[in-house]
Design a protein around this ligand. Sequence first.
Ligand code: SAM
Length: 264
Amino acid sequence: MVGDTQAGDTHGNGAGADTHFGFRTVPLGEKQRMVDEVFHSVARRYDLMNDLMSLGLHRVWKDLLVSRLRPPKSERAFRLLDVAGGTGDVSFRTVEAGGPGTSAVVADINGGMLGVGRERAAALGLAERVEFVEANAEELPFADKSFDAATVAFGIRNVPRMDKALAEMRRVLKPGGRCFVLEFSRVDVPGLDAIYDTYSFKLIPGMGKLVTGDADSYQYLVESIRKFPPPEAFAELMREAGFKRVAWQPLTGGIVALHSGVRI
Ligand code: SAM
């Protein structure tokens, strides 16, 4: 596997600390700006690129996440917080799966991604049930214990201080509320790992250039996947943030993992 690393590879504390932006080591305080540039650059073509790159699989993974979330079919109120929710995919799926009491808040730091999300919500007739809020996952502008569930799909690896984001998700969950993190993981099927590496590093940046005009953002994407902690280490981060009953399930040969935890 290319560029393997372990959890906790943010070095040092405070202003002088370093972290990674893809395979590059950068000051911790710089990473968010660089991530923001990536998603501003690709926002308009983000959904199309997801379909192309994953061969449609991201839809299957998100559907599985929503089936685990099990929003109530009844009128019972169920409020989801979708952190780093981007253009709204997980929130749309959740309110469509749930009954009339189900609503969602998409919180994302990037106005460009949220703008595309708002347009999609209007086109889908879901604007009443899905709210879009510009917010940093590390400092969520929501009250303690105000959501029934929290999700983050393919977003947590972009957040410079993942520990803070996890602690914030736990803070805003009601007791008994569940947190799901869908993220790229470690391929654990012999043979598939080599194919996956070739596909990621040789094809995806070129595809990104063709579709969005921006190869660098997709080079970052494939590198950031390799820098994300392996599932056992990420599960430990969830425990350290205070989640209980932490578990994870590899999907599609470990290309992706669905992590979960509960606020007790
Ligand atoms: N969850 C969506 C999905 O699955 O399609 C979008 C995922 S996209 C790969 C990653 C998202 O993380 C981007 O929309 C980006 O703006 C957002 N993001 C990055 N850093 C963030 C932060 N500190 N707080 C909130 N959102 C952040």
